[in-house]
Design a protein around this ligand. Structure first.
Ligand code: PAF
Length: 285
């Protein structure tokens, strides 16, 4: 596995891959790698790409300093995991190269309206500006590629897709399924900050989604099922909603068909998110 940190070398590596007729598969991460990330590396390998993974804890997407400080950092384990799962090139860019002006604001910010508003956009003001800006930079340096993102961050995938389309990046966005623990908890770097009791409580997120998916229901019924399951488990609910999976607009009771349920809850002071498919039936007139 190649290990790089300079932007110049990273850009040159990707250009060389393409010159030799290969395709770059980018997996952007903030480290604290787990099996969810491993599934992205493996998917990129199966697609026949030369896998380039980045680890950069992007301070611009944290709206809370405490959250940034407590974000888990496990560089040695991350390197071992990347090697084990067939990453060809691991890039750990330096903060002063990624954001030379930090902590002063950048002159340029990428802001995705519509799909970036609401949900995580409301709960974490400025979060998606930070995500879109850093992903734009990662994609610009990497150049034409397939970029792999986990569907656990459903809204993030929608934001990246909108940005790629609107700004004309030569990038194919590949959304990959959520990886779960045997008890349903979606894998997340944040899970390691939960107490044993909080960890147990956190299973309410996937349980709520499974209950809501059990049988077709109206949008209001889905919302009520999600919220009740979370509240019964003592989870502080940030949101529990059902939306159009592309535009992320909340569904109405007159709608029927496949939609996406989105939940977010705060447990032990840690914000956790999850999502899953649900089938809506229209309320009878
Ligand atoms: O999903 C993440 O880990 C981050 O939001 C990303 C896409 C690497 C941007 O910092």
């Amino acid at each position: 596995m190649r290990s790089l940190s300079s932007i110049e070398e990273w850009r040159a590596y990707c250009e060389e891959v393409r010159r030799a007729g290969g395709r770059v598969g980018l997996v952007a991460t903030m480290g604290a790698l787990h099996e969810g990330h491993a599934s992205l590396f493996e998917r990129a390998r199966r697609d026949g790409t030369v896998v380039v993974a980045t680890i950069f804890v992007n301070p611009r997407q944290f709206n809370d300093d405490g959250d940034l400080r407590s974000y888990p950092r496990t560089p040695r384990d991350d390197r071992a995991m990347a090697r084990r799962h067939g990453v060809d090139c691991l890039v750990e860019p330096r903060l002063d190269e990624m954001w030379p002006d930090y902590p002063r604001p950048t002159a340029t910010t990428v802001s995705v309206r519509g799909v970036g508003d609401g949900f995580e956009g409301d709960g974490r003001p400025g979060h998606f500006d930070g995500v879109a800006s850093v992903v734009a930079k990662l994609l610009t340096i990497t150049g034409p590629c397939a970029a792999y993102f986990g569907e656990k961050d459903f809204q993030q995938v929608a934001v990246v897709r909108a940005m790629v389309r609107d700004l004309g990046f030569a990038v194919t966005v590949v959304a990959c399924p959520i990886v779960r623990e045997p008890d349903g908890l979606a894998l997340s770097s944040r899970n390691r900050r939960l107490s044993p009791r909080g960890r147990e409580r956190a299973t309410a997120l996937s349980r709520a989604l499974a209950r809501a998916a059990r049988e077709p229901a109206t949008a209001s019924e889905v919302r009520a099922t999600l919220r009740a399951t979370l509240e019964e488990a003592g989870v502080e609910v940030a949101y529990a909603d059902v939306v159009d999976p592309v535009r992320l607009v909340p569904a109405g009771d007159d709608e029927a068909g496949e939609r996406r349920a989105l939940v977010a809850g705060i447990i032990d002071g840690v914000r956790l998110i999850d999502n899953g498919p649900v089938t809506l039936v229209a309320r009878e007139a």
